[in-house]
Design a protein around this ligand. Structure first.
Ligand code: GCB
Length: 707
């Protein structure tokens, strides 16, 4: 028997031995997929990935044969308040461009095993102290040679640990991009797919007293059926991007819980608790509110509760939080929790029973203090400071779940949050594995943040083109989210459609022709008798509670216009066209027949900080400001408007943006530059929000006249 066949057999033995793997079940539709057991579904989806990933000349595969998302345990709540040891710091690394580390025979089984080569031994890898990366941190921003690297990097850290008797130990990740295989002391113990959600692994039976070796294979390549998928207008920074720690709990412990105010009554605290241990009592103590409640948990460790309570409410004006203590057997956890209600009434959003207008901004998870991903408390505080300067009460954390420091800092500062899963543009909507992954990742988001009063909106998608497969996918995802956490509002950012932009562009064209005729110069404009009305009729509107709508009339309409101008041979410059368009825009109306709140979840324009033009050229700070001013006028024509979150707080890295003169791989729609310098439009929006701040929105006719 040659070495290849031997390794092949070893691979099969490992797979079967560890996961009791049977023949993966097949399926060809959502219905057939639904008939499979949960275990078969996981195996079938992993098989799909493995088929796609297999390298052409290596016929055995030791690592990738394990199902994705295996070896994980239910997420533990509030790890930052538990006994823990940080594994942040310097990690050794190896770049594995060809993804050979767990496949090649000269790796003797795989890099994850962490063997050290002897001088007489052929082992084609060795970690050295020479190359190290900081964790948390993305690799793209730490090494110039890794700036655009997408692929596999192996990380290694050795650490000393002595678990106390009667304690369990968990390896906790607040998130890492994108696919991870986790090896502890030479054993593959878990796999996780998803770049932005937290997960933990029970390592109690793998960890040794004294020195331990942790090796993690991180693969930042996205998969066509994955979430996120391959094409995104942001940089998917790879690596161990967020905090990693070892968390200790007693043998019987509180795993997770939800404790929130009941939206309907506003006077009941309700929720559930899940412990790992025997049936028994969980005591909830909220001393400042004089609350002490005992909850019974059943044989599965689960118990629900609801009790009357008079509490001071959390709000942007007064982000009050209580110290909430939960005790079970010898376990005790404490967390700061705010209580508030969130509902809709017709086209209004009600926070604590009062209509609120969301003065927001969208942001990516880009640091204001350093290059690359934000990942710590100082990044979060820097972001909150800029948000406060902008006078917002709301932030859309696009397009994925942000790190725990950001959510915590926003909540402490009284900033309401829209949290989102990266279902972005076109996805594999007809693939049941993609849907299963979306549901799992959403559950992971909820498991970490379900007690954050600041989060009022779960967003299930951004700008997905209408199709039957997409409608069904998102309806199913919305049902899932409601069943896991029915206490928040569901939203989605709908697409500003091309035909809508075209009709506005056409209107501008008509006005120009009316004034000057063909080949005429734009000198004056006549009032337009028929302003365009955009009706939001995407069927997704029926599914969500709050309708998000992205609208770029001040910006992307120009591509349409330029084509029309070229084709019609108009003697009109783009600047002239845009001047007309900004005027036209102010008259556009946006309506829906849904009687639901509308949030203009994006609008904006690109500007290179420091590029000025008194003629209002595109890419100038002045033009960006003009777009904002015209948008403010347009907002008056949206009767159901309940908030806005323009695009975007800070310029962000994006491989989409190839204009080397102005973009240089940065999306320039930021109100703050890549170095953190405020552009003109920042002050324009800050002033607008200051003026709105003290208005009673239910009476406000300046912005959307809420019903
Ligand atoms: C959008 C997307 C966002 C983009 C933005 C843009 O509609 O939702 O991810 O970055 O437009 O700048 O084009």
């Amino acid at each position: 028997m040659n070495q290849t066949s031997l390794l092949k057999i070893m691979g099969i033995i490992m797979t079967v031995g560890l996961f009791g793997c049977s023949e993966p079940a097949s399926f060809s539709s959502h219905e057939e997929f639904a008939m499979l057991s949960a275990q078969q579904q996981v195996q079938a989806c992993s098989q799909q990935q493995t088929d796609r990933e297999s390298t052409p000349f290596v016929s055995f595969d030791l690592g990738a044969s394990r199902p994705a998302n295996s070896g994980l345990s239910g997420l533990i709540a509030d790890v930052q308040h538990r006994k823990s040891v940080s594994l942040n710091g310097q990690w050794q690394y190896l770049i594995d461009q060809l993804d050979m580390g767990d496949k090649g025979i000269t790796m003797q089984g795989g890099v994850g095993l962490g063997q050290q080569a002897l001088p007489t031994e052929l082992l084609e890898y060795a970690f050295s102290d020479a190359a190290r990366l900081m964790v948390p941190g993305d690799w793209n921003s730490q090494q110039p040679s890794l700036e655009w690297y997408r692929g596999v990097i192996w990380y290694k850290k050795s650490f000393n640990f002595n678990a106390q008797p009667n304690e369990k130990t968990f390896l906790y990740f607040d998130g890492a991009y994108l696919k991870k295989d986790v090896y502890l002391n030479g054993e593959l113990i878990a796999r996780h797919d998803g770049g932005f959600t937290a997960f933990n692994i029970d390592v109690s039976s793998y960890i040794k007293p004294g020195e331990n070796s942790l090796i993690i294979k991180v693969d930042s390549r996205s998969d066509p059926a994955g979430i996120p998928t391959e094409y995104n207008d942001w940089m998917n920074y790879g690596g161990l991007t967020r905090d990693i720690s070892l968390v200790s709990t007693p043998q019987s412990y509180i795993q997770n819980y939800k404790i929130q105010l009941d939206n309907d009554s506003g006077s009941n605290i309700q929720g559930w608790v899940q412990v790992q241990g025997d049936a028994g009592e969980v005591v909830i103590n909220i001393e400042q509110a004089g609350i002490a409640q005992t909850i019974q948990v059943n044989d599965e460790g689960y118990g629900e509760f609801s009790f009357a309570a008079k509490v001071k409410l959390w709000s942007p004006q007064q982000p009050y939080r209580y110290e909430v203590k939960l005790s079970y057997a010898s376990d005790q956890i404490t967390s700061n929790i705010g209580f508030r209600t969130i509902q809709t009434q017709g086209a209004k959003i009600l926070l604590n029973g009062q209509a609120i207008f969301l003065r927001g901004i969208s942001m990516h998870e880009e640091s204001l203090l350093k290059a690359g991903r934000a990942n710590d408390q100082s990044d979060a505080q820097a972001a909150v400071k800029v948000l406060k300067d902008l006078n917002v009460n709301f932030v859309r954390l696009a397009h994925y779940q942000h790190n725990q420091h950001m959510i915590e800092a926003a909540e402490a500062a009284g900033i309401l949050v829209w949290a989102e899963l990266p279902i972005y543009h076109s996805m594999a909507f007809d693939n049941p594995c993609t849907l299963a992954s979306a549901k799992r990742q959403f559950s992971e988001m909820i498991a970490r943040d379900q007690n954050r009063a600041a989060i009022i909106l779960w967003s299930i998608s951004n700008e997905t083109p209408v199709s039957e497969a997409r409608n069904q996918f998102l309806a199913s995802l919305a049902n899932h989210v409601r069943s896991v956490d029915g206490s928040r509002l569901i939203t989605s950012a709908l697409f500003g459609r091309r035909d809508e932009m075209e009709s506005v562009a056409e209107n501008v064209g008509k006005r120009v022709l009316k004034t000057n005729g063909r080949n005429g110069k734009l000198v004056t404009l006549v009032p337009n008798p028929d302003p365009v009305t955009i009706v939001l009729d995407d069927p997704l509107g029926e599914i969500v509670d709050v309708v998000g709508y992205n609208q770029y009339l001040g910006w992307y309409v120009s591509a349409v216009a330029t084509r029309v101008m070229r084709e019609s041979d108009w003697d009109l410059t783009e600047d002239e066209f845009r001047t007309a368009m900004l005027l036209e825009m102010k008259k556009v109306k946006i309506e829906s027949h849904l009687n639901k709140p509308i949030i203009i979840s994006e609008f904006g324009a690109g500007a290179k900080q420091g590029f000025n033009s008194d003629k209002g050229h595109i890419w100038s700070e002045q033009f960006q400001k003009e777009v904002y001013l015209s948008q403010f006028e347009l907002l008056k024509n949206i009767p159901d408007l309940a908030g806005i979150s323009p695009w975007v707080l800070k310029d962000f890295r994006s491989p989409y943006r190839l204009n080397s003169q102005f973009q240089n791989y940065w999306n320039r729609k930021g109100l703050v530059s890549e170095e953190g310098i405020k552009k003109m439009a920042f002050h324009t929006l800050a002033n607008y929000y200051r003026a709105l701040e003290n208005k009673d929105v239910s009476e406000n006719k300046q912005i959307g006249a809420s019903r």
